[in-house]
Unconditional design. Structure first.
Length: 284
């Protein structure tokens, strides 16, 4: 038992580190690890992941704010949509079978990995791109941050904030449904569709995911899916990893952050789909 708890803790450190680097809650590591390695029921794994998402957000988000990478105004605006989605997702998760959640989880993560791969070479500085007039007359999310890896200030403007907000509602649904904090969707939407620089998308996502996860974690707790023996090592490990990741993120070139995101997300998505279908089709 002690060995398993230690192993879960070490895996959670890696999940927190990856989560801080690419702006996700670490759920894409935690949920597959708990279900694939330790055979923990997926609903319990999702609940533990949500608690860890809250922990990593608290541990990592403040550093990004201090470094002035986070777009606070954009984060608070998008949180309106994602929190609503989180409540919807948690309700759906508690009435669906575990193997269905595994397949949905894998498919969603695969789509996000593919989208990030497709847009991996796009420029993130969009200061020369025109806005949609109707949206940006009311919502102006212009900002600047200093990229330490590139050693220069990066100016940017956010495109399609309202449409991006409704798309980001899927992140909230993903958070409640799959325990991933929704960061994997938020980063992809902000960077790929709203043309926010990758590092700003990561930092803003970390700022948001704790609130999104908390909204759905309450429902899991009320339904008895929160197991303290699982949650404790996961939360402690992800806090440790998130703290380390938040220190190094702005020193790593953006292209490497994207590569890490694509490789890890792609691998785990395939594993979860295969496991879910195997259980659903009685192949294991």
């Amino acid at each position: 038992m002690l060995t398993e708890l230690l192993l879960i803790y070490l895996i959670a450190i890696g999940a927190g580190l990856l989560g801080a680097l690419v702006g996700i809650g670490g759920g894409i590591i935690v949920v597959p690890a708990l279900t694939l390695i330790f055979n923990i029921p997926v609903h319990y794994a999702i609940a533990a992941s949500l608690i860890s998402v809250i922990a990593t957000s608290v541990a990592g988000a403040n550093r990004y704010v201090e470094q002035e990478i986070t777009n606070l105004k954009l984060g608070m605006f998008l949180e309106i949509f994602t929190t609503t989605g989180a409540l919807i997702g948690a309700f759906l998760a508690l009435i669906l079978h575990g193997w269905i959640l595994s397949v949905i989880f894998g498919a969603l993560v695969f789509v996000m990995a593919f989208y990030s791969f497709k847009n991996r070479e796009e420029k993130t500085n969009n200061s020369g791109i025109d806005y949609e007039p109707a949206e940006n007359a009311l919502l102006n999310f212009e900002d600047t941050f200093y990229d330490k890896a590139e050693k220069k200030a990066v100016e940017y403007r956010v495109l399609h904030p309202v449409k991006g907000g409704f798309i980001s509602m899927l992140a909230g649904i993903g958070s409640g449904l799959l325990g991933i904090g929704g960061g994997i969707i938020k980063v992809s939407v902000m960077n790929g569709y709203m043309k926010v620089p990758m590092k700003v998308a990561v930092a803003t996502s970390k700022f948001m995911i704790g609130v999104t996860a908390a909204a759905s974690a309450v429902l899991y707790f009320l339904n008895g899916a929160v197991n303290s023996f699982i949650v404790a090592p996961v939360a402690l490990g992800t806090i440790t990893g998130a703290t380390l990741g938040s220190i190094f993120m702005n020193r790593i070139p953006t292209k490497y952050i994207k590569i890490i995101f694509i490789v890890v997300a792609g691998y785990l998505s395939v594993r979860m789909i295969i496991r879910g279908l195997s259980i659903g089709l009685n192949l294991m």
